[in-house]
Design a protein around this ligand. Structure first.
Ligand SMILES: Cc1cc2nc3c(=O)[nH]c(=O)nc-3n(C[C@H](O)[C@H](O)[C@H](O)COP(=O)(O)OP(=O)(O)OC[C@H]3O[C@@H](n4cnc5c(N)ncnc54)[C@H](O)[C@@H]3O)c2cc1C
Length: 414
């Protein structure tokens, strides 16, 4: 097969074929065992189709460009918000869609087939809106949520600090009470959307050491004393900026505190339970797209006088990839259901799902790249972007080592 035909030929054709197949899922598209609509209600299949269509028409054609030029696609996300994807599991009275955690997972899986990085940012935004909706009082809910659900405004989640990553409860950013306001000092590291977003949900210390001394404040862009670090250069997730968020005598009204003093760490962790399902769902979408890209490549590419698809070793690997994808999807949907039902083990199931799905889906995407041979290493081919974009899902929203700690603790204490 001549290398010369890769540009605008195999690349775009196989990728377009894969995504156009997905865009019509489930009715006319994927009929194989990896069909993500298996077991879903008619209503779920409907909004899944809407999300696949949006991914294939509005996101997939731009995914490489957004990555290369590091474009934060604000207008595309606003269009997604018109479909209800800005506050998917936020309550309708403040502009949310009021859908379940499982519904949310289905939507993020579908959207991320079009661009993992953009969908992953949207998942963080959705998590922040849910936190304000759930832990804010009525005045706060109505003040912040409507413009976030419509994505006129964008949100960031601020927990990690330069000296506090996996040990999040050791955070040092301080918020000293001064009458009806707090004075914030400190800095947050690796904040997704940082600098380009409008609303910062900040975990900070109002009391003594440990998790009980942490509170949650909403800080708005433009507040004096709030500034940002340089835009980080990253391996993937390039369609969203990542910056440090810095507080220097930053004055925030007490009326911006979510919940009571000392409840911040619990609020942060509850946000992350859903966040972990959402990030795992973004990995599912990448793995899904990568299996389809591999299928198309194996059928088209000939070596040793026949299509690679005739090779039994590669067939077996394809079967394993499909099995990894489907099993990962099952555990993610199981955890989403448990979280929806407020099951006592829900937080651990979310950690388990995040660990399993992000690890297995990374293996699937990496194997897909391998199946593409040298072409898989070229940026003309979408598969490398899926690999780069989902690598970080094993690191953030709690590393997969921290997920193992959570699961082991649950079993040992149970
Ligand atoms: C692109 C990107 C976007 C991000 N977005 C956000 C965001 O929007 N908001 C936010 O708050 N944070 C964000 N983060 C931060 C992310 O959540 C942290 O990077 C992550 O929690 C790990 O913290 P750390 O980087 O400090 O690593 P460390 O905690 O220093 O860990 C280093 C390594 O040691 C391991 N380790 C640590 N302790 C243990 C232990 N006890 N047992 C076994 N292994 C251990 C870790 O698993 C990891 O492999 C983002 C990070 C990245 C890269």
């Amino acid at each position: 097969m001549a290398v010369g035909f890769r540009l605008g030929s195999l690349v775009s054709r196989s990728f377009r074929n894969a995504l156009s197949g997905m865009s019509t899922a489930p009715s006319r598209g994927i009929t194989s065992v990896i069909d993500p609509s298996i077991g879903l209600s008619e209503e779920q299949q409907e909004f899944q189709k809407v999300a696949f269509d949006f991914a294939s028409k509005e996101m997939a054609p731009n995914m490489a460009l957004w990555d290369e030029k590091e474009i934060f696609p604000v207008e595309t996300m606003k269009k997604a918000a018109q479909l209800g994807f800005g506050g998917i599991y936020t309550r309708p009275d403040v502009g949310g869609s009021g859908l379940s955690r499982l519904d949310t997972s289905i939507i993020f899986e579908a959207l991320s087939t079009g661009c993992v990085s953009t969908t992953a940012y949207m998942s963080i935004h959705n998590m922040c809106v849910w936190m304000i909706d759930t832990f804010g009082n009525d005045e706060q809910r109505h003040r912040f949520c409507p413009s976030l659900c419509s994505m006129e405004k964008f949100a960031s989640y601020c927990l990690t600090e330069p000296g506090s990553g996996s040990d999040a409860a050791s955070l040092l950013t301080s918020a000293k009470r001064d009458g009806d306001r707090y004075i914030l000092n400190g800095s947050k590291a690796f904040i997704s959307g940082g600098g380009d977003t409008d609303v910062y949900v900040v975990m900070c210390r109002t009391g003594g050491s440990g998790s009980r001394g942490i509170s949650c404040l909403v800080v708005e862009k433009g507040t004096p004393g709030l500034s940002f670090g340089k835009k980080e250069k990253k391996v993937g997730w390039n369609s969203q900026p990542t910056r440090a968020v810095i507080f220097e005598d930053c004055v925030v009204p007490v009326t911006n505190r979510l919940g009571e003093e000392g409840q911040g760490f619990g609020i942060a962790m509850k946000g992350l339970n859903g966040g972990r399902i959402n990030i795992a769902s973004c990995s599912l979408g990448a793995a899904h797209a990568s299996v389809l890209l591999s299928r198309d490549h194996l059928v088209v590419r000939k070596q040793f006088g026949e299509p690679l698809a005739n090779n039994q070793y590669l067939q077996f690997r394809l079967a394993e990839m499909a099995t990894q994808l489907v099993t990962a999807r099952l555990i993610v949907r199981h955890a989403a259901q448990a979280l929806q039902e407020e099951h006592s083990n829900a937080a651990t199931l979310c950690a388990m799902a995040k660990l399993y799905a992000t690890d297995e889906c990374f293996k699937v995407c990496n194997q897909a790249l391998q199946m593409h041979g040298g072409y898989g290493y070229l940026k003309d081919y979408a598969v490398q972007q899926f690999v780069r974009d989902i690598r970080v899902h094993q690191i953030l929203e709690g590393t997969n080592e921290v997920m193992r700690m959570i699961v082991a603790r649950n079993i040992l204490q149970g």
